[in-house]
Design a protein around this ligand. Structure first.
Ligand code: SF4
Length: 284
C-alpha cells in the first residue's frame, strides 16, 4: 500500500497571493544529472512551466543529458457539465513546448479520481491554503505514478532515480522562498522503488524575468495571459487572486455558474469572497 501523500504544491502555480520581495537568492544548488535515470518536468501550460522547460532543456542539452528528459502534463478532468477544470488548450501548449525541444511528452490523469471535481465533492470542501488535496491527489500522485511508469518502461531492476523539475519561485510566497532548490522529495522513501529529487530551476527568477525569458526565446504562452489572466492552471481556484477570479468569471461564465451552484454543498469558495459575488463583479 502506498503511503498517504503530504499536502504539496507540486506543479501548481496557485500559491501566488503572497507576492513579496524574497530574501537574498538561495545559494545555488547543483543538480546532479549523472545520478538520474530520468528527469521529469511538470508542465501545467503556464508561464513558470514554460520557463522551467526552457531552462531544464537548455541545461540538459549542454550536459549531453537531453535524452533523459520527459515532460508531463497532469490532466485535471472536467466538471459534471463537461467543462474543463483547466484552461482549455493548456495541454496543447505543453505538448508544443515539448516538441520544440524534442522531448517526449505525456498527459496523465489520476487513476483514482476521474477529475478534480470528483475529488472536491468527495472532500466536501473547496481546496485552500491548508487543504491542498487538489495538488496532492491530482498532481503529486500522478507524477509519482508516472515515475513508476518510467521505471517499468526503462526495465530497471533497481529503484528509479528521477529528477522532478517544477516552476515554483521564491517571489511567490514565503513558503516557496524557503524551499531548497534541490531536495529529495517525500515521494521517495524506504521500501519504495523510486528516489525522487525535486529541482526548482527558476526559483530565483522574478515574474518579469520569466516573461523576459519567454520574449527572448520564443517560448509559447497560453492565450489566457493575453486575455488578462496573471496565472494559469485551474480556471476557478480558491487560492487565486480575486482579480484573476473576476477576469476568469468573465471569460468562463458557464464554468463559474456551475461552481457557484456547488457552494451550497462545499461552502463559500474563498474566505474573502463567494462565487456569487465574484460573478456579480464580473458582470458589473
Ligand atoms: S484548485 Fe487547481 S490551481 Fe488551485 S491550488 Fe488546487 S490544483 Fe492548483
Amino acid at each position: 500500500m502506498q503511503k498517504p501523500l503530504p499536502p504539496c504544491a507540486f506543479q501548481c502555480g496557485a500559491a501566488q497571493l503572497e507576492l513579496f520581495t524574497p530574501p537574498a537568492a538561495p545559494a545555488a544548488a547543483a543538480f546532479d544529472w549523472d545520478r538520474q535515470h530520468v528527469v521529469v518536468i511538470g508542465d501545467s501550460g503556464g508561464k513558470d512551466s514554460g520557463a522551467t522547460v526552457h531552462t531544464v532543456c537548455r541545461a540538459a542539452d549542454a550536459a549531453g543529458q537531453l535524452h533523459k528528459v520527459r515532460i508531463l502534463h497532469c490532466d485535471l478532468g472536467t466538471t459534471p457539465a463537461g467543462h474543463s477544470i483547466e484552461w482549455p488548450g493548456a495541454a496543447d501548449v505543453a505538448r508544443r513546448r515539448a516538441a520544440a525541444y524534442g522531448v517526449p511528452f505525456a498527459v496523465r490523469r489520476s487513476t483514482r479520481w476521474p477529475s478534480l471535481w470528483d475529488r472536491m465533492i468527495s472532500h466536501g470542501r473547496w481546496p485552500g491554503f491548508f487543504a491542498r488535496y487538489c495538488t496532492s491527489d491530482t498532481k503529486t500522485a500522478v507524477g509519482r505514478a508516472y515515475v513508476d511508469e518510467l521505471r517499468a518502461e526503462l526495465r530497471l531492476h533497481e529503484p528509479i532515480r528521477a529528477g522532478y523539475a517544477m516552476g515554483m519561485r521564491a517571489e511567490e510566497s514565503r513558503a516557496r522562498a524557503r524551499k531548497p532548490v534541490v531536495e529529495r522529495h517525500r515521494m521517495s522513501g524506504q521500501g519504495t522503488l523510486r528516489v525522487v529529487t525535486t529541482w526548482l530551476p527558476i526559483h530565483h527568477l522574478t515574474t518579469e524575468q520569466v516573461w523576459q525569458m519567454h520574449e527572448e526565446n520564443g517560448i509559447e504562452r497560453h492565450d489566457a495571459y493575453r486575455m488578462g489572466m496573471s496565472r494559469l492552471s485551474c480556471r476557478a481556484c480558491p487560492l487565486a487572486s480575486t482579480g484573476d477570479l473576476v477576469r476568469s468569471a468573465q471569460l468562463n461564465p458557464a464554468l463559474f455558474a456551475e461552481y457557484a451552484a456547488a457552494e451550497h454543498e462545499l461552502g463559500q469558495f474563498k474566505g474573502s469572497i463567494s462565487l456569487r459575488e465574484i460573478i456579480e463583479r464580473a458582470q458589473g
